[in-house]
Design a protein around this ligand. Structure first.
Ligand SMILES: C[S@@+](CC[C@H](N)C(=O)[O-])C[C@H]1O[C@@H](n2cnc3c(N)ncnc32)[C@H](O)[C@@H]1O
Length: 275
């Protein structure tokens, strides 16, 4: 089922996830990194650690995708916790339901208008989705509305692309391809990733807001780099007649060498007033 997206960019994201569910969890689910003198098994684990330690409660995974975070939470939290996931992509939700143990409540919906009562969650988590959402101030109002007083909101937000050689090479390859006319209106706003702007927006609804920048270095062979970049949104906004040709062009530019790349993420944690 399709639900009406906010605009052309959200329509593109919905189409992309309907046709390619599970891409985020397969790209990031085992991405280990060091932070705060600790080795983390993935960015999802950071969100799990941010859930308040309580014998029971209710957690919402906002824009839950294929349910990867909720499956991890099912292992980590006591059974008495209620787990909820919302996403606007039916393809992602179908994938989530295939592996769900039926105790997790999935619903198709929009982050800008959450189908939940006021003060119904102890914590809201959001992994790699907030930067994609249109009207972020409205989304934050909705998150604050559905949280109980003293409830927490934690998000991992993707940072702006790093200016590495590998990134530049991909940008150059993409630039040569014509735009898909179906996606002519699609724009990815840089300001949606801007950590200072996001912190200001979050502070308008929450107190005790903390923000941490995470930098994860990668070394990629040309083929690994192709696997990484070809799964991203940018390529799908272009008309590609022969994907193998694009791949060969990208790989040949990387000259059979291993390349360094850097991923950046921002980790936000906030508490709703009135605990
Ligand atoms: C990059 S994926 C991340 C999925 C999942 N959180 C994860 O990390 O595995 C972004 C998800 O956000 C969802 N999404 C984007 N904008 C949304 C919105 N306004 N309302 C609901 N879902 C949205 C997409 O359908 C997609 O599943």
């Amino acid at each position: 089922m399709k639900i009406a997206p906010f605009n052309a960019s959200e329509a593109f994201i919905q189409d992309f996830h309907d046709s390619r569910p599970g891409g985020t969890s397969s790209a990031l689910g085992s991405l280990r990194f060091q932070y705060d003198d600790h080795e983390w098994s993935s960015t999802y684990q950071l969100l799990i650690r941010s859930v308040p330690e309580m014998p029971w409660g209710r957690v919402l995974d906002l824009a839950c995708g294929d349910g990867h975070l909720l499956s991890m939470l099912r292992q980590h939290l006591p059974e008495s916790w209620g787990l909820y996931g919302l996403d606007f992509s039916s393809g992602e939700l179908r994938r989530a339901l295939e592996v769900s143990d039926n105790s997790t409540h999935y619903v198709q919906g929009m982050a800008q208008g959450l189908p939940y009562a006021d003060e119904s969650f102890d914590t809201v988590l959001c992994h790699m989705a907030f930067m994609l959402m249109e009207n972020q101030p409205e989304v934050l109002k909705e998150i604050a509305r559905v949280l109980k007083p003293g409830g927490t909101f934690s998000a991992i937000v993707g940072g702006a692309p790093s200016a590495t050689a590998i990134q530049q090479c991909f940008v150059n390859c993409i630039r040569e391809l014509p735009r898909n006319p179906d996606y002519a209106e699609v724009r990815f706003s840089r300001s949606n990733h801007d950590p200072d702007r996001l912190q200001t927006l979050i502070k308008a609804e929450f107190n005790e807001v903390s923000a941490t920048n995470l930098t994860i270095p990668l070394t990629l062979t040309p083929e690994e780099a192709w696997q990484w970049f070809s799964g991203m949104y940018d390529l799908s906004t272009r008309l590609v007649e022969d994907l193998n040709q694009v791949r060969a062009h990208f790989i040949s530019q990387l000259e059979d060498k291993v390349h360094n790349h850097i991923l950046t993420f921002h980790f936000f944690h906030a508490v709703k007033n009135g605990s």
